[in-house]
Design a protein around this ligand. Structure first.
Ligand SMILES: Cc1cc2nc3c(=O)[nH]c(=O)nc-3n(C[C@H](O)[C@H](O)[C@H](O)COP(=O)(O)OP(=O)(O)OC[C@H]3O[C@@H](n4cnc5c(N)ncnc54)[C@H](O)[C@@H]3O)c2cc1C
Length: 432
């Protein structure tokens, strides 16, 4: 029986355990945190179609509710553009109950090793042979790295593996998400989900989501989140949202979200990256739950077809993931472009009505004066209607080009060809 070790037990690690147990593997999962601390005590937005695509039932309806419409606020906060009435297909899902649901799919006697940190990988020549846990060597045919964006393992791989050690600073959002009480006596705002673009003119976003019980505040900046941004950001949101009090209910931790194209080498002999460890998020907003679960499913499908865990076979998983997510590459071009766009230009577009509700909602596919709003709306919602971007004369060719470049991924593994593809892709972004 083949053995697989999974590092990390957020949703991707748990789902990987489910799929590989079904394939008849001997599965061990190691999670550094205590069970109760894994994942988040909040909801995130995901496309519910992912459950069908990965072949499991939707979780119980108590786990999720329909996503509320967003309203976008320009940097100068002079315009609030509501998307109310536009079609929303996403759901807001409670993250810990999602994990409980995934765990309920595992055999009753299967145990995840919580409070157990993997110290390092065992690497022998060109192959990952297992992991070291509490000083003990544990061998495996395949190690699945689901340990998140700051995976400690990528950087320990020999350079010949051609796996990038860490994302660049401008490729992550550093965010803090905190939940506050309502200020008593203040009515619910008209717009319950407000997203502040280039908030305070800084590179990043903030949001203020008001529910019946609390106010959910996210402040996120590219590369680093200075204390000043946290303090000034909160003050500014309080000014604009009188319902937001100072009384904290929960949260406040700082988290890192990858916002870049997927890592350009995600496999090695005996090793596969899935989820945030392979930067598998929508590059603008950092939504990664659906793509991570799909990746796990694709990895398991690859092994189901051919149970070899050498790079020749694992490469098929990378090919499947890349080809399914070609739009991510173009979205990253846009993200990089938007982050260098002056906040004042965005204000102008909002204030002149060039960015309007219809455009922000993704448009109807008809004539567009400008593609920027459409892109923001599309990207925000995690959709991939690249056809709507045709009018964005300067960025579209680049988006198109990088999508096509990603699509040239060699169908079968050959080190020289794989490296050439990866260099072309990485250099494309370096030279933007
Ligand atoms: C504020 C915020 C809002 C977000 N909103 C959305 C959203 O609306 N929609 C969406 O789809 N996504 C959203 N995301 C992104 C989403 O949370 C991630 O894409 C997803 O959680 C990635 O899952 P993962 O399993 O790959 O990695 P992680 O969630 O990072 O889990 C990795 C796990 O590995 C464990 N680990 C790390 N190192 C070790 C080690 N050495 N040994 C053992 N265990 C280890 C960690 O403790 C952790 O539990 C959001 C993220 C944040 C922070």
């Amino acid at each position: 029986m083949k053995k697989v070790i999974i590092i990390g037990a957020n949703q991707n690690g748990i789902f990987a355990a489910y799929r590989f147990l079904k394939l008849g593997f001997d599965v061990s999962v190691y999670e550094a945190k205590d069970e109760k601390d894994v994942s988040y005590n909040w909801t995130d937005d995901i496309d519910p179609n992912v459950f069908k695509e990965i072949g499991i039932e939707m979780p119980d309806t108590s786990c999720y509710f329909p996503k509320k419409s967003w309203a976008f606020v320009n940097p100068a906060e002079t315009v609030v553009l509501s998307l109310a009435g536009s079609q929303e297909t996403d759901i807001s899902i409670w993250r810990r109950p999602l994990n409980d649901y995934l765990k309920s799919l595992l055999p009753k006697d299967f145990k995840i090793n919580y409070n157990t940190k993997v110290d390092k990988l065992i690497i022998d020549n060109d192959t990952v042979k297992g992991v070291v846990v509490n000083g003990e060597n544990i061998e495996a045919d395949l190690v699945i790295d689901a340990s998140g964006v700051m995976s400690n393992f990528r950087a320990t791989l020999p350079s010949s593996f051609n796996i990038q050690a860490n994302p660049d600073d401008n490729e992550v959002f550093v965010v803090t998400r905190t939940f506050y009480e309502h200020n008593p006596g203040v009515e619910m705002p008209k717009e319950t989900n407000k997203a502040y673009l280039l908030h305070l003119g800084e590179k990043g976003i903030s949001w203020c989501i008001t529910t019946d019980d609390e106010v959910d505040i996210l402040i996120g900046r590219v590369g680093a989140l200075p204390d000043k941004s946290k303090v000034e950001g909160l003050k500014d949101l309080q000014k604009d949202n009188p319902i937001l009090s100072d009384k904290k209910i929960k949260g406040g931790d700082v988290c890192v979200i990858p916002v870049r194209y997927p890592i350009s080498r995600m496999v090695a002999n005996g090793y596969a990256l899935v989820g945030d460890s392979a930067f598998m998020t929508i590059p603008m907003m950092g939504s990664g739950v659906a793509a991570g679960l799909l990746a796990v499913s694709m990895l398991a499908d690859t092994i189901e077809k051919n149970d070899s865990t050498t790079i020749d076979n694992l490469w098929n998983y990378q090919v499947a993931f890349v080809k399914r997510h070609l739009t991510f590459y173009g979205i990253d071009v846009l993200k990089r472009w938007l982050l260098q766009t002056d906040a004042k230009d965005i204000d102008f577009l909002f204030e002149k009505g060039i960015i309007n509700q219809e455009i922000m909602a993704g448009g109807t596919g008809g004539e567009m004066k400008l593609g920027l709003g459409a892109i923001l709306g599309i990207v925000w919602k995690g959709k991939s209607k690249l056809g709507l971007l045709i009018k964005l004369a300067k960025q579209l060719p680049k988006m198109d080009k990088v999508g096509k470049l990603a699509d040239t991924i060699p169908e079968t593994f050959d080190e020289a060809k794989a490296k050439e593809w990866q260099d072309n892709l990485d250099n494309f972004y370096k030279n933007l």
